[in-house]
Design a binder for this molecule. Structure first.
Ligand code: 9B3
Ligand code: ZN
Ligand code: ZN
Length: 690
């Protein structure tokens, strides 16, 4: 006995020692990474204030083996520039010493970029518990080609694949053409390209996100449906496949394409300096080793040439050009290549402003906007300027998230937010840009959130991107997650579940005490309500799930089954009561219970209907219907008891209402199943592609 105790005490002591040891070890690590002798590659943020410092910074970034993240080229470094510089571990000491001697203050933006990179390339699909969808991960070039094929096959009615050319290393350049099922004469078109710059991984991720969202929500969501019915959308997911591949295999920081020539040992041309818009003037470089090398002549690069050829041959239909880049959070429009204002500057400014405002309102995120030359830097040869001069007078370049916190190494957990906010901007610009007049018959999508009250409710629901039920394991894996903006957990679905649960218990008690068919039906329905609320919480459990048509359909199908089951119970009980000629007993207690539950259920149902309408979610509307039925049942008890009091002949009202409601629920459940089962089958491959 004593020895056992002793052993226990010793064990605890051991544990304590171990704990202290571990704490000390971590402390040591912390101290070590705090100074500049990190063994890891880092990204530094350096504040340049004087012209002298700018000179020094330009020298450092060009003479040492570093990669300039921001600005794109040393020549854009001036006094008052915040420079983001990637420094490999072996150069870190030298570079930071230089910074110190020249009184350049710096901050470590990212330590251990290797780990971040590893996190981005990890194939999570192997983990079945992973709750992230295909679209919340980054994908290799091979995966993306596979996805293009698969998407076109599964949506052959809406998607066509067009081969517009090939890259320098002879990889195909595929464009997805999305069109609604409505034929309209003289259709306008929108062009979106992603992945001009290899290291900007969020850009191709956005193109994939955009395509899946459009296909899933066609005929589900008014603005997407209108957008696709009124115009064809050409999506080039990866404009620079060679460079993109290179960032996966060799150098994550690569920007240009992979072309080479005999004149130089350096590889790559900046595709966004290779277009014929003041080509290779100030803001581009004619040195092949530079990051903003403009190439040998305009459209010398096969990737730029292919895009230019395609747009030239479609310039009558394409009214809107969008090019997706990162990072910096900006909505830019021409010109980049000159300080001149374009003729419709005011209109483009307004469009960008409105889009930025929506992002701020919906996602609490700030995007800068304006003409490129004044907003970032003077840069000639860009695709947006060229497209503008071709006659596409709605031409934009988006710089997606973030503003430098992770830069090009934006963790996968940020993909959904970055894409959703950009999608909002695309929808906003497309709605007005597609027609010259603010609102004409060709396209004036009636946006579901035009009513401010509805929008406020939607924001409320959208804000907590993870409601907690499916809290994903990968969030824990993400480093520095403590510094991520914390999303508040939303108590409202939980509250709804709690309230209905109490009502259900109360109603069950009442129904057995008072032998009321309606009370029994109500009780069952309240229980059902709890279940359906849980299903709806699951449906919206994370940002990607919000856009998952598959989840929507599964939720509805499960609700259908639940509806059928409960309708059978309600019918059974009601018919039994009618057959045995059960008389409703009446007293104050019964009255108050029915009033309270009826009112609560009706309020809940109104709330759910409103949300469901705003989010165009059938699952939510169904859930609202469910609550409404609960409310009706509550009042039914009240009414039938009241009627019975005045006219004892009418004893069957409660039972009859029970039968009626049972039949309605049954019909609704069957309809849900009939509608949803084929759709669940259709969409089941969406989220697990590989
Ligand atoms: C550059 C140009 Cl040339 C343009 N027309 N629009 C935007 C930019 C900025 C991007 C670039 O290519 O440097 C930022 Se990644
Ligand atoms: Zn870019
Ligand atoms: Zn909205």
């Amino acid at each position: 006995m004593l020895t056992k105790h002793l052993a226990q005490v010793l064990d605890t002591l051991n544990m304590k020692a171990l704990l202290i040891w571990a704490v000390l070890l971590n402390f040591y690590k912390l101290l070590k990474t705090g100074d500049c002798t990190s063994k890891h590659d880092q990204v530094l943020s350096i504040q340049v204030t004087t012209h002298q410092q700018a000179d020094i910074m330009r020298n450092i970034s060009s003479q040492y083996e570093t990669v300039l993240w921001s600005p794109a080229s040393p020549e854009h470094i001036g006094a008052d520039t915040e420079v983001h510089l990637f420094v490999p571990a072996n150069n870190l000491g030298t570079v930071t010493d230089l910074l110190h001697t020249h009184h350049l203050t710096h901050q470590v933006l990212l330590d251990n970029t290797e780990e971040l990179i590893e996190m981005q390339t990890r194939n999570e699909s192997a983990d079945p518990r992973s709750s992230t969808s295909y679209y919340e991960r980054y994908h290799s070039l091979g995966d993306i080609y596979y996805w293009i094929n698969k998407t076109a096959q599964e949506h052959s009615d809406m998607v066509k694949v067009i081969l517009i050319g090939s890259s320098y290393e002879k990889r195909p350049l595929y464009v997805l053409k999305l069109s609604g099922r409505q034929e309209r004469a003289e259709k306008r078109a929108m062009w979106i390209d992603c992945g001009i710059h290899a290291r900007e991984w969020i850009s191709p991720a956005f193109c994939l996100w955009f395509v899946q969202y459009s296909l899933n929500f066609y005929n589900q969501n008014n603005d997407i449906t209108e957008m696709l019915n009124s115009m064809d959308i050409y999506v080039l997911p990866v404009m620079n496949p060679d460079g993109y591949k290179y960032t996966w295999t060799t150098n994550r920081m690569w920007r240009k394409n992979r072309s080479s020539s005999k004149e130089s040992n350096c590889v790559g041309t900046d595709l966004n300096r290779n277009f014929d818009a003041n080509w290779c003037t100030k803001g581009a470089s004619n040195r092949p080793c530079d990051e903003i090398y403009c190439g040998q002549f305009p459209e010398s690069e096969p990737e730029a040439e292919a895009v230019a050829n395609f747009l030239r041959s479609h310039k009558n239909s394409v009214k809107l050009y969008l090019s997706i880049h990162s990072y910096g959070q900006m909505l830019l429009f021409p010109y980049s290549c000159s300080n001149e204002e374009v003729p419709n500057h005011a209109e483009l400014f307004e469009l960008a402003q409105e889009a930025a405002m929506k992002i701020r309102r919906h996602y609490r995120n700030n995007y800068k906007y304006g003409a490129s030359a004044k907003t970032i830097y003077l840069a000639p040869g860009g695709s947006d300027d060229w497209a503008y001069n071709l006659g596409i007078h709605y031409s934009f370049t988006f710089e997606l998230e973030d503003r430098g916190r992770y830069g090009f190494l934006l963790p996968p957990s940020f993909i959904s937010k970055a894409c959703n906010e950009a999608l909002l901007a695309v929808k906003s610009i497309a709605r007005r840009g597609a027609s010259n007049r603010p609102c004409d018959e060709i396209y004036c999508g009636q946006f579901p959130e035009s009513e401010p009250e509805a929008e406020a409710v939607a924001n409320f629901l959208r804000r907590p991107q993870r409601l907690g039920l499916l809290e994903s394991s990968h969030e824990a894996k993400a480093p520095r997650s403590s510094k991520l903006p914390q999303e508040k957990h939303c108590g409202s679905p939980g509250f709804s579940i709690f309230v209905t649960l109490i009502l259900a218990v109360a109603a069950f008690t009442v129904s057995f005490m008072r032998h009321s068919a309606s009370a029994f039906g109500f009780a069952f329905d309240a229980a059902l309500d709890v279940l359906s609320s849980i299903i709806v919480v699951w449906r919206y459990s994370n940002a990607a799930a919000v856009h998952s048509a598959h989840r929507e359909y599964i939720s509805c199908a499960i609700l259908g089954v639940v509806f059928i089951l409960s309708s059978l119970c309600i019918l059974g009980k009601a018919i039994h009561d009618l057959a045995t000629k059960l008389l409703p007993e009446v007293d104050d207690f019964l009255f108050s219970v029915s009033i309270v539950s009826g009112v609560v259920c009706v309020i809940l149902s109104v709330f759910k209907f409103m949300l469901g309408r705003v989010l165009t979610s059938r699952a939510l509307i169904t859930d609202g219907f469910n609550s409404l039925v609960g409310g009706v049942m509550g009042f039914s008890i009240l009414i039938s008891a009241e009627v019975f009091k005045h006219d004892p002949e009418v004893w069957y009202l409660d039972g009859s209402i029970g039968v009626l409601i049972g039949l309605i629920i049954l019909a609704y459940g069957v309809k849900l199943l009939v509608d949803m089962v084929p759709r669940v089958r259709q969409t089941r491959n969406y989220e697990r592609f590989e």
